[in-house]
Design a protein around this ligand. Structure first.
Ligand SMILES: [Zn+2]
Length: 88
């Protein structure tokens, strides 16, 4: 979940599913700081790892499309989070 380069740590995007995936957060002096950085950037923690805003948006768009095909109401935020857990 962490990348380590020259004693600098960065959180790696867990899914890297989006074409514009950020791949990893900023390199910091410690794992704690690296994790704090992605928290500040509103990355999502899935339980197994962090994924970046762009991958999060990718999931949201896919979920919305699936719902539309089925002719359902747009999902609430709660449903989107449940959907993400299902995909992961
Ligand atoms: Zn990503």
């Amino acid at each position: 979940m962490f990348l380590n380069k020259n004693n600098q740590y960065a959180v790696e995007c867990y899914t890297q599913v989006s074409n514009d995936c950020l791949k990893n957060g900023e390199y910091c002096d410690s794992e704690e700081e690296a994790e704090y950085w992605v928290e500040e950037e509103c990355w999502i923690f899935s339980g197994e790892g962090w994924f970046c805003n762009n991958c999060n948006r990718h999931f949201m768009q896919n979920l919305t499309q699936v719902r539309r095909v089925k002719g359902q109401e747009p999902p609430s935020d709660d449903d989107l989070y449940k959907g993400i857990e299902t995909i992961l």
